[in-house]
Design a binder for this molecule. Sequence first.
Ligand SMILES: Cc1cc2nc3c(=O)[nH]c(=O)nc-3n(C[C@H](O)[C@H](O)[C@H](O)COP(=O)(O)OP(=O)(O)OC[C@H]3O[C@@H](n4cnc5c(N)ncnc54)[C@H](O)[C@@H]3O)c2cc1C
Ligand code: FES
Length: 280
Amino acid sequence: MKHTITRKEDLNAADYVIDVIAPKVAKKFRPGNFAVLITVPNGERIPMSIERAEGDKITMYIKRLGKTSRELDTWDVGDALYKVIGPMGTPPPLKKYGNVVFASDLVCGHAENNAMCRELGKIMGNHIISIQSFPDKSQIYPENELAKSVADEFILCTEDGSVGRKGHYLDIMQELLEERKIDQVFAGGGIPPLQKLSILTKKYNVPVYTTVRQIMVDATGMCGSCRVFIDGEQKLACIDGPMFDGHKVDWEAAISRLAMFKGKEAEAMQCYNEKMKAVV
Ligand SMILES: Cc1cc2nc3c(=O)[nH]c(=O)nc-3n(C[C@H](O)[C@H](O)[C@H](O)COP(=O)(O)OP(=O)(O)OC[C@H]3O[C@@H](n4cnc5c(N)ncnc54)[C@H](O)[C@@H]3O)c2cc1C
Ligand code: FES
């Protein structure tokens, strides 16, 4: 199977979107799932949230971050990935909740925000509020890539106030929780804000599902690298998550595990930069 790229566009200066042919993944996809990409034989496995599945294609939002995401950014429509594995993970129940908020502040969270709002909005009795948080005007995604069209209410915010409401999604959440009856919150993106959101929603006694991103090596439940502690019990983000009840997550443990591979990643990026210099 050729996992050909059929669309590749910039979302902003840091993030891009790709559509890739992956019929088996597309057929079984449920919002909240992710895929594992292997770009070249013997390449590293990188997990990516699936923003949508249509026909035989899946859509992913990717940040130009380290070796693999930058290397993939040099590819174009017509190039093919070596493997696209999935769908992976166990999404939270997609059911009637009532007033639902999905909040996001980073590429993976925005992809999940779009996917979950699109699906939860189809369920009778749900009222969907999407909050998407960006640092400033220059980093906002094109309108058709925002959750605007799939939510009943859409709140765009920028931390410097250059577009939409001023502030982070945490500021907007605080207001919403004070003013309205919210039945369920979902959120994805940066880990420290997710920890803060979990503390905030607990104060208002509102349940929250948060995406607990961890370093995934095999993403099949074999290596244990993505383990997280939920209510003191060990779970695997690649199999049991990555979305978990935020009130039960051991956030300190999750944050310190995320920092474990920083040295190796810097090494890989340096090798890649040196290789690119040699090519030029
Ligand atoms: C469930 C899940 C969903 C994700 N969804 C997205 C998404 O939609 N868009 C997106 O841009 N990124 C997403 N990520 C993060 C993405 O996997 C990493 O950014 C990617 O692996 C970076 O690889 P790299 O070689 O470019 O950078 P590297 O230099 O290798 O890593 C840069 C940073 O990416 C993270 N990372 C690296 N390798 C892994 C790994 N194997 N597993 C998890 N995190 C890793 C670490 O935080 C690291 O510091 C997701 C991660 C997980 C676990
Ligand atoms: S990535 Fe190996 S167990 Fe989850």
